[in-house]
Design a protein around this ligand. Structure first.
Ligand SMILES: NC(=O)c1ccc[n+]([C@@H]2O[C@H](COP(=O)([O-])OP(=O)(O)OC[C@H]3O[C@@H](n4cnc5c(N)ncnc54)[C@H](O)[C@@H]3O)[C@@H](O)[C@H]2O)c1
Length: 359
């Protein structure tokens, strides 16, 4: 039996997670999975009612009593400081040591991406973003805050251990999935201390994977090249900040934020899946959020619990929904969030499993 914690969160997180759950329930029926979905109410509503973001006991339960976490999104204009999102999401990333942030982005139909002339260009990017260090550790402080003499220091933390393991995860992924190239993205010309450590680790780990081509790019050139010729690249590995930015760019050139799933992983220990997008307060409650990124995360959950066939069926159903234009307005369609989710779940229900999977 596998237990999955469901954390819808805030805004459209609630709406898209409902559809991801619908798809997981369909897969459970079709493939006879032993999957328990445990619903959690962590988010802005609870924080505003109780003043509690997440307790130590809840962290322990999420870490130890569940096989994976499926998160919607966190962020609510009623909590301008975003304390709850920081405590819950960054808390989970840091406390569970989820050092891999894998963000796959694939252009499934040429007209979905933001670039023109992409017909016949196979765009599939896998961004490996370091998820526990960099500038996101919030080390630093403000001096003479609020005065004209204010100084703000935000440190960039790069440990050998942290850098080596994310680079290794990227190469292992490339080897396991038959990808031929890993590109490391940094800013070693302007940030030479961090750059030297990253490049030393990249050479050390990369030399163990001689069959995989390796190269490095400065982040500014990478941003330009991802727009110019994204089909040239395969696996990108980079730090927390650059990975955050480049993965949004990768998402946009392959269909937009609503399409993009992501996995926060400590391989072999913990997994948290979430769509790349946020809580989108501008469209929350309108029923038009694209649930495909969240549903793709449901596919990743199925893969993790050993139901490869279900995971492939979810990917195939998403592709078919796109081809038949069962899409939300961000992709030019007229379907609601619920209609897209129900369509994909019904497509799964119609699947004929070739094998029974014991989840
Ligand atoms: N992992 C997370 O939980 C996460 C990630 C990013 C932002 N946030 C939070 O979300 C809130 C809003 O942030 P933001 O506006 O910068 O980013 P956002 O991703 O929520 O929205 C950016 C734009 O993309 C659109 N969009 C996003 N997801 C969509 C979807 N599924 N379907 C259709 N359109 C979609 C939105 O309408 C908006 O115009 C903030 O509180 C932010 O801190 C949370």
């Amino acid at each position: 039996m596998a237990r999955i914690a469901i954390l819808p969160g805030d805004g459209i997180g609630l709406e898209v997670t409902r559809e991801a759950v619908r798809v997981l329930e369909a897969a459970t029926r079709v493939w006879g999975l032993d999957l328990e979905l445990v619903h959690w109410d962590l988010g802005a509503d609870r924080f505003l009612e109780t003043g509690v973001t997440v307790t130590d006991e809840e962290f322990d339960a999420l870490a130890n009593d569940h096989d994976a976490i499926l998160l919607g999104a966190l962020g609510d204009p009623r909590v301008p400081g975003n304390e709850h999102a920081r405590d819950i999401l960054l808390g989970l990333r840091f406390r569970l040591d989820l050092y891999v942030n894998w963000r796959p982005a694939e252009l499934l139909l040429p007209q979905l991406g933001a670039l023109r002339d992409v017909e016949g260009r196979a765009i599939r990017l896998d961004v490996f973003r370091e998820n526990t260090e960099g500038v996101y550790v919030n080390l630093g402080g403000r001096f003479k805050a609020g005065t004209p003499d204010e100084i703000a220091i935000q440190e960039d933390v790069n440990s050998w251990k942290g850098v080596e393991r994310i680079i290794r995860a990227a190469f292992e992924f490339a080897r396991d999935r038959g990808r031929g190239r890993v590109t490391m993205v940094d800013k070693a010309n302007a940030m030479p201390a961090a750059g030297a450590l990253w490049r030393r680790a990249f050479e050390a780990v990369g030399s163990e994977f001689g069959e995989i081509r390796r190269d490095t790019m400065y982040v500014d050139a990478m941003a330009m090249d991802l727009v110019r010729r994204p089909e040239e690249y395969e696996v990108l590995v980079t730090g927390n900040l650059f990975g955050d930015i480049l993965s949004d760019l990768a998402a946009e050139i392959t269909g937009g934020l609503g399409m993009a799933p992501s996995a926060n992983l400590h391989p072999g220990r913990h997994a948290l899946y979430e769509p790349v997008h946020g809580s989108a307060p501008d469209i929350a409650g309108k029923g038009i959020a694209n649930p495909m990124g969240a549903i793709a995360c449901a596919g990743l959950v199925l893969d993790q619990v050993g139901c490869r066939e279900g995971a492939e069926a979810v990917d195939a159903a998403i592709r078919t929904a796109l081809e038949r234009e069962v899409t939300t307005p961000d992709l030019g369609g007229v379907a609601t969030t619920e209609e897209v989710g129900a369509w994909i779940a019904a497509t799964l229900d119609d699947s004929q499993p070739t094998e029974s999977t014991d989840g």
